[in-house]
Design a protein around this ligand. Structure first.
Ligand code: ZN
Length: 294
């Protein structure tokens, strides 16, 4: 299995975490567009982050991480990645590299962190959409040029839970680890006073190529072989898209009848909506467009 999340516990301690690796779903995401390398890596990191963070929630629903530029004409406009409780992931970014200026910007944007800072005036936020109940959105403070550090800081601020996140992405695989210290009892603290310091020091030694190249159990063994680690069954992750004919019809209704007919005329009588996430095409002729406005 190429795409999965491995939960782990340090036995008899309030420490838990997850390791995520994505290969097949990452390939599906990156096949949709000719992404600049740095942006592709950032998208991989965001996919892994969404898959790690939803595991910290006890909800049925979807968690998405979004990065949004304030400037609709910026070379990097937005990026978003999401994961739901069934393990379905998808991601998409909006960018432009048509002009010489834009191409030069992307050429100088080498790493995921560079792409992240390219949007330093943009907003980073996490949205949680439970199947039942209110959706919630939180703004993530940009405390660093590293997505993982910003998200860990957010976890600490919003949930009061000490969190360490490491993310990595190469051309084919995105991977990451999240470790959390859940609330400790006085007994926990007495039994093992330097537990969190020890685990964060160990976790910080993980290298990017280990997160992308090694299976989760080997990563965890390398990091914590002197600890007593419990590994429940892995959770499979997979690419899936929630686009549908109904949503495309909704988008055309939003556009308005006159506008939709203009687009139709300009494209030889066919209005095509492409899903940016999965590449699926939804095609409408005049009769089907008209039928939406009766
Ligand atoms: Zn789709």
């Amino acid at each position: 299995m190429n795409d999965y999340r491995q939960r782990f516990f340090i036995q008899d301690s309030p420490v838990r975490g997850d390791v995520v690796r994505l290969t097949d779903s990452f390939a599906t995401v990156t096949a949709q567009k000719d992404y600049p390398k740095s942006l592709q890596e950032l998208l991989g990191q965001m996919l892994v982050s969404a898959s790690l963070l939803i595991s910290t929630l006890k909800i049925d629903g979807k968690l998405s991480i979004q990065l949004q530029s304030a400037d609709p004409n910026a070379p990097f406009r937005f990026a978003m990645a999401e994961c739901d409780h069934t393990g379905a992931v998808r991601a998409l970014a909006g960018f432009s590299n048509h002009s010489d200026d834009e191409r030069a910007i992307w050429q100088n944007t080498k790493t995921a962190n560079d792409a992240f800072t390219l949007l330093d005036k943009g907003v980073l936020f996490i949205s949680i959409h439970p199947e039942f109940g209110e959706s919630y959105q939180g703004i993530v403070e940009r405390v660093s040029d590293d997505l993982a550090e910003c998200l860990a800081h957010y976890q600490k601020q919003s949930a009061q839970i000490s969190t360490l996140i490491k993310l990595a992405c190469n051309d084919t695989t995105a991977g990451g680890i999240l470790v959390q210290l859940l609330p400790q009892t006085d007994e926990d603290k007495e039994n093992d006073p330097d537990l969190w310091d020890r685990l964060t020091t160990l976790t910080a030694t993980i290298k990017a190529d280990e997160l992308t190249d090694l299976p989760a159990d080997e990563i965890l063994y390398r990091l914590y072989h002197e600890e007593n680690v419990a590994l429940p069954d892995i959770t499979p992750l997979h690419f899936a898209c929630t686009c549908s004919p109904e949503k495309s019809e909704g988008a055309i209704v939003q556009l308005g009848h006159d506008e939709a007919l203009q687009v139709l005329d300009a494209h030889g009588g066919v209005l095509t909506l492409d899903c940016g996430f999965c590449g699926k095409e939804y095609r409408f002729d005049k009769a089907s467009v008209d039928s939406l406005f009766i």
